[in-house]
Design a protein around this ligand. Structure first.
Ligand SMILES: Cc1ncc(COP(=O)(O)O)c(C=O)c1O
Length: 489
């Protein structure tokens, strides 16, 4: 059986890591605590957090890697899952669309959970030397922000790698948190250049560990455990006894977030997973390639950790739609007009919770709801990964490029939403899925030296290979608990 995550313990190094953590007053949250912070995080930690800002570099903020943070900038405790339900009046489809909000994680994006889940198994097994090694975070943005942040909370150094054309906000913040920031050529979809940089670092640097989110199973595991649990609670709260959960529509960057759907499919076996991508780089739909403007997704390859055989649909979203919706939902003329049109004003004030890829996810969810002719009783879920906090500069660029936002823009953009159609979508049958799976060969076996027998196991031994998440979740929880005992705080 292929091991998805290596949990072999080096007792000596683990003890050294625990001593280093003790000196700095660091303790680690378990997945169980992230799922249920209200009941499982000790009061002492909640009290400590009363004096800590959401983004502060403070070790206790490890306990804020949860979907249940109180939505405040400082001193927040825990409550219900942060999510929004977008009504038919705004989306133009009959189904209810639930999006969980990533803004209230430290760093303002849910990727911090994936970063935690790639580093912590190494820390608590002693495979990583927290005092003498640096972590390299190859990313198109939020993963390396999350990684640099988690590493800073653990007092270890980071090297962040991301494409040069990512938003200014990401670079400015990273410069303050990561030891080193490396910009690779190109935009969002230039991931090959990031991988090449990783190979260069492997050859030229000592004492580094590279946690490549596109192949690290800690990434989907965190979403299977924590995001899946939060979404099932949000669904239960919204659906009552008459609602029907139909499926998750999620864009794929590293394919980590898809882990949430693997969990929901266990609970709701008839539900679907639709994976969204930019029409300008429609790799899953038709092996397409190209640059696009939906930061964080669609990287001209199929990640190693994507369970393709479990993916029911590919949905391509024209990047012009989220770009125009960003203006509609964030320019004052747009939000004033939305309120005038009768959209709940409290909801309109929260539309800035949706960053560009969140808007792309929303478009994908609308297409899914229209394709399957979903009704008022049906529920579709997605993720609002990060918020407009990270895209102020993009809004400014659009103002300069296209002029001030007017009522005419508003009318056109509302029309654009109501015209969202069922084009560029494909239900993936067996050969379609196999075609997508086969693309992994070129990236992972030819370029990145993965084993072809494991690639085949992903397909031919599908159940055994992919059904290991719950087992790993339990084991890592146990290892974190042991490690905390060893720290002894
Ligand atoms: C803004 C944004 N949206 C979507 C994603 C995609 O998430 P995943 O990598 O889990 O597929 C990312 C990933 O970094 C992101 O930064």
């Amino acid at each position: 059986m292929n091991k998805l995550i290596n949990l072999k313990v080096d007792k000596k190094q683990r003890q050294k890591n625990a001593e280093a953590c003790k000196k700095k007053g660091i303790i680690l949250p378990t997945y169980e605590q992230m799922k249920d912070p209200v009941n499982k995080i000790p009061q002492k930690i909640k009290d400590e957090l009363k004096g800590v800002g959401l983004w502060d570099i403070h070790p206790r903020n490890l306990f804020r890697i949860t979907w249940k943070n109180e939505p405040v900038a400082k001193g927040g405790s825990y409550g219900k899952v942060n999510y929004m339900v977008l009504p038919p009046k705004l989306t133009g489809c009959k189904a209810n669309i639930i999006g969980m909000v990533g803004k209230y994680f430290p760093t303002g994006a849910h990727k911090v959970g994936a970063s935690f889940s790639c580093l912590v198994p190494r820390l608590v097994t002693g495979q990583f030397d927290v005092e003498n090694e640096k972590v390299v975070w190859p990313s198109t943005g939020n993963y390396c922000r999350g990684g640099a942040y988690v590493a800073a909370l653990l007092s270890c150094e980071s090297i962040a790698i991301l494409p040069a054309e990512m938003s200014k906000e990401r670079f400015e913040w990273l410069k303050k948190v990561a030891g080193e920031v490396i910009a690779t050529p190109g935009c969002e979809s230039n991931v090959k250049e990031i991988f090449d940089k990783c190979w260069e670092l492997r050859k030229t640097r000592n004492n580094i560990q590279i946690y490549n989110q596109f192949e690290e199973f800690g990434n989907p595991l965190w979403h299977y455990e924590v995001t899946g649990s939060a979404m099932s609670e949000a669904l239960a709260a919204e659906m009552g006894t008459t609602g029907r959960y139909r499926g998750a529509v999620l864009s794929s960057g590293s394919a980590g977030t898809l882990g949430l759907s693997y969990r929901l499919k266990e609970i709701y076996p008839h539900s679907k997973l639709a994976v969204a991508e930019a029409l300008q780089c429609s790799t899953l739909l038709d092996n397409g390639f190209g640059g696009h403007r939906i930061e964080g997704i669609g990287d001209k390859h199929v990640p190693w950790i994507h369970d393709v055989k479990n993916t029911d649909m590919a949905v391509a979203v024209d990047d012009e739609a989220p770009i125009r919706m960003m203006r509609l939902f964030n320019e004052k003329v747009g939000t004033d007009m939305l309120k005038k049109e009768g959209i709940d004003s409290a909801l309109v004030d929260k539309l800035n919770n949706l960053g560009i890829s969140s808007l792309g996810n929303l478009v994908g969810a609308i297409k899914f709801a229209k394709y399957y002719e979903l009704t008022e009783n049906d529920y579709v879920v997605t993720i609002f990964t990060d918020s407009m906090e990270l895209y102020g500069s993009r809004l400014e660029e659009l103002r300069n490029e296209r002029g001030a936002y007017s009522e005419r823009n508003f009318e056109r953009d509302m029309q654009l939403i109501s015209d969202i159609g069922i084009d560029h979508m494909m239900e993936l049958n067996y050969p379609d899925r196999k075609r997508v799976h086969n693309l992994k060969y070129y990236t992972w076996v030819e370029q990145q030296q993965r084993d072809v027998t494991e690639l085949n196991a992903q397909w031919y031994d599908h159940e055994n290979y992919w059904n290991q998440f719950a087992k790993y979740g339990k084991e890592i929880n146990g290892l974190i608990e042991e490690f905390n005992k060893e720290i002894g705080l």
